[in-house]
Design a protein around this ligand. Structure first.
Ligand code: FAD
Ligand code: HEM
Length: 370
């Protein structure tokens, strides 16, 4: 661990237990300093669950060397154009953050800690601003019309939207989506198709618990509605130079980016075997299995294995998808793509480590905000 990283972690322990109060103070300070900034944030703002402060702290804490995360930070900066963030806002947030940290850490806060946080924040902010600046040819967000919306299960919908302006992305990437039902609340959703000539994008959305955006996208959005989309992000894309066979592991709507990758391979692949493992609670949640099976019938290089955890009569595999993957191995020389809930991804990564799959061959997306 570098000295910077040690200082950041050590100083965070001073305030960690007061995170909720620190968050309230941070936002109050920020909005007092710059009242116009309030308009950038969601209307019904639950400070404790707001994403910004948590995201900054996570970024700062996990960034030993900001250069390593350069690409992600640049795309985050590009994505922040949808919030109308301007370069001068970075200073406002830095001041509010530093003030909150000093206030809650009290006497134990040192000049060294102060410098460490300011240095880490400055490095991250610089990369984000660079990303935003380099993207000025694109709009800050895209308006798109919902042209198809279909409920596939109790809580899953598949929808297609058509952006008004071209939105360039790679299969496997995600974009943030905002609907008119929850203004200024944006959530990430993976695009479920490879780029098409008509520019339309599919999304597979699962309504989670009391989730604001996902329930609106599943239960309220209709054909003809407009949504807004942020800039594409994510690096779970196909390495076109690789000749290794491919294993895709998807849990629930984690299938979305995997479907996009498979579609991309239907256009170019002649030589790589592709094994897809699709897991869900029950057959209802295997909402796109019929389509996957049709693709497998058409492309001899593609095989699909479906598994459920809570559906004893399901005519397929039973158990966690990661256990099924292990059973079908060995996978000594494959590229892996893993996507789904935090638990599903974590379990699969652990299994792959046990199977001695080198981490460098695994790309994954976790459907979580943290
Ligand atoms: C890179 C990325 C790609 C994603 N792609 C997709 C996708 O293609 N399809 C898709 O359906 N989702 C996807 N997600 C998840 C999505 O961004 C939202 O987090 C999710 O839809 C919940 O948003 P919400 O506003 O409805 O819930 P919130 O209002 O943010 O949360 C409501 C409550 O539900 C809890 N909660 C949040 N997520 C879950 C969950 N998964 N299971 C159980 N409880 C939860 C929260 O802790 C909170 O208590 C992706 C996330 C990321 C980071
Ligand atoms: C170090 C700098 C920053 C980092 C690491 C960062 C990171 C993030 C991340 C990861 C999210 C959640 C993802 C998303 O919704 O797109 C987010 C949300 C947000 N950020 Fe930033 N951000 C930074 C600076 C800024 C600045 C300068 C502003 C301008 C005021 C800003 C405004 C917002 C807003 C409005 C949200 C949505 C909040 C919500 O939905 O609750 N961010 N930020």
């Amino acid at each position: 661990m570098s000295n910077l990283s040690r200082l950041l972690k050590e100083s965070w322990t001073l305030v960690e237990e007061q995170q909720d109060k620190l968050a309230s103070y941070f936002y109050a300070r920020m909005f007092l300093d710059n009242p116009q900034l309030r308009d950038l944030f969601p209307v019904q703002m639950d400070v404790q669950r707001s994403r910004l402060l948590g995201a900054i702290v996570t970024a700062i804490q996990s960034v030993d060397d900001p250069d390593r995360f350069g690409e992600y930070l640049e795309s985050l900066g590009r994505d922040h154009r949808k919030f109308h963030v301007q370069p001068e806002h970075y200073d406002v947030i830095c001041r509010a953050l530093m003030d909150a940290l000093r206030t809650f850490a009290g006497d134990q806060w040192t000049l060294e800690f102060d410098q460490a946080w300011r240095d880490a924040y400055a490095a991250i902010a610089a990369r984000m601003m660079r990303g935003a600046e380099a993207d000025s040819a694109n709009p800050p967000y895209w308006h798109a019309e919902v042209v198809h919306h279909e409920r596939r299960s109790r809580d899953i919908a598949v929808m297609t939207v058509k952006p008004m302006q071209p939105l360039e992305y790679r299969a496997g990437q995600y974009v943030s989506v905002e609907s008119r039902y929850q203004p200024r609340l944006w959530r990430m959703y993976s695009v479920a198709n490879a780029p098409r000539t008509d520019g339309s994008l599919d999304f597979h959305v699962r309504a989670v618990g009391a989730g604001w955006v996902s329930s609106a996208l599943v239960r309220r959005v209709q054909v003809g509605d407009m949504v807004r989309l942020g800039a594409p992000m994510g690096s779970m894309i196909l390495d076109r130079r690789s000749t290794r066979d491919v294993v895709c592991v998807a849990g629930g709507t984690g299938l979305a980016p995997i479907k996009a990758l498979i579609e991309e391979m239907t256009r170019a692949n002649r030589t790589r075997w592709v094994h897809v493992f699709f897991g869900a609670r029950d057959r209802d949640d295997l909402y796109d299995l019929a389509c996957l099976n049709r693709l497998a019938a058409r492309y001899p290089w593609l095989s699909v294995v479906a598994a459920t955890t809570d559906d004893p009569d399901f005519p397929g595999e039973h158990g966690n998808v990661s256990e099924i993957v292990a059973r079908y191995g060995p996978w000594h020389d494959h590229d892996f793509f893993v996507s789904g809930s935090p638990v599903m991804v974590r379990t699969t990564l652990r299994t792959l480590a046990e199977l001695q799959v080198p981490a460098i061959r695994i790309k994954y997306d976790v459907f979580s905000d943290s």
